[in-house]
Design a binder for this molecule. Structure first.
Ligand code: F6P
Length: 324
């Protein structure tokens, strides 16, 4: 393989730049020409493809976001869109791809490979940590620490004013950020999409705290929670209790997606970027590079897309015990 390209797609995540850097510098080290594609599959279709060098990735290891920009492309989901993308890659002589992103990115890459045979290796980049085939995804650790910092600050106000705070963290289909930031932030309760927590149980937990003279509480809610977002859950609780409790809702939103990556994310992203590149050069295709038990592994896209990555329910049990 003489010429490859790298792109980021889907939601940005802190550490994507460190991953791009590892792909580019790894390619230079192995004597392979490397191109960047801007805005993921949209840029592939538009032909926004440019040659990169070692210098193109100077001074980015510490930066959040992605220098290659990112997008979610509807056009790539159509056969016409993928045809255009293939033509543009052909024009530039691209023989293989490193795709940094999540499930949507790998679904696109798998379909594309099946149709046009362009080998692709993925690196898991999403703050949600919801990808089977790796213990952690790029950006998750930073997002958890960002959420934790916010929870710590909110706890000061919760405690000063004797309030219950419902804090909504990201995680469309996944409770990983909620669980880790909830444990780290000493939350009284964590609500995640994977496990149903009925409103009655939330009320019960809060009441148990009040009966023990607990004056303030923090409930961390993953955005994809079945009972609704934090605001909806707070409304439901207000309508079910007679007690006059001061409640507030804070949605952390996209603050969790940005910012300088943690040391953990920079190292993880560097390992996964180089691992994806070297896998591609060694003939891997349609697989995602991941780290499991500190070892580099490759998992077929089919499995990363199809198989769920269950949360550790023992951690939820721990939240209950530790909030007593
Ligand atoms: O997948 C990452 C994520 O941050 C989810 O947690 C969230 O639901 C979604 O992306 C938000 O996407 P957007 O930035 O497109 O609104």
């Amino acid at each position: 393989m003489k010429r490859i390209a790298v792109f980021t797609s889907g939601g940005d995540a802190p550490g994507m730049n460190a991953c791009i850097r590892a792909v580019v510098r790894g390619a230079v080290y192995h004597g392979v020409e490397v191109y960047g594609i801007r805005r993921g599959y949209s840029g592939m279709i538009a032909g926004d493809i440019f040659q990169m060098s070692s210098h193109s990735v100077s001074n980015i290891v510490q930066r959040g976001g992605t220098i290659l920009k990112s997008a979610r492309s509807k056009e790539f989901m159509t056969p016409e869109g993928r045809r255009k993308a293939y033509d543009k890659l052909q024009e530039h002589g691209i023989e293989g791809l490193v795709a940094i992103g999540g499930n949507g990115t790998f679904t696109g890459a798998m379909t594309f490979n099946n149709e046009y045979g362009i080998p692709t290796v993925g690196a898991p980049g999403t703050i949600d940590n919801d990808l089977y085939g790796t213990d952690y995804t790029i950006g998750f650790d930073t997002a958890v620490n960002t959420a934790l910092d916010a929870i710590d600050r909110i706890r000061d106000t919760a405690s000063s004013h004797d309030r219950v705070f419902f804090i909504e963290v990201m995680g469309r289909d996944s409770g990983y950020i909620a669980i880790q930031s909830g444990i780290g932030g000493g939350a009284e309760l964590v609500m995640v999409p994977e496990v149903l927590t009925p409103i009655t149980e939330v009320v019960e937990t809060l009441r148990q705290g009040w009966s023990r003279s607990k004056a303030s509480s923090i409930v961390v809610v993953a955005e994809g929670e079945e009972e609704g977002g934090a605001a909806e859950i707070a409304d439901k609780i207000k309508s079910q209790i007679a007690e006059d409790i001061d409640m507030r809702v804070t949605t952390l939103g996209h603050t969790q997606r940005g910012g300088s990556p943690s040391a953990y994310d920079r190292i993880l992203a560097s390992r996964l970027g180089l691992g994806a590149l070297e896998g591609l050069l060694a003939g891997q295709k349609n697989v995602m590079a991941g780290i499991i038990n500190n070892e580099l592994v490759y998992t077929p896209f089919e499995d990363t897309i199809r198989l769920p990555k269950p949360i550790n329910e023992d951690l939820l049990r721990m939240v209950k015990i530790l909030s007593i």
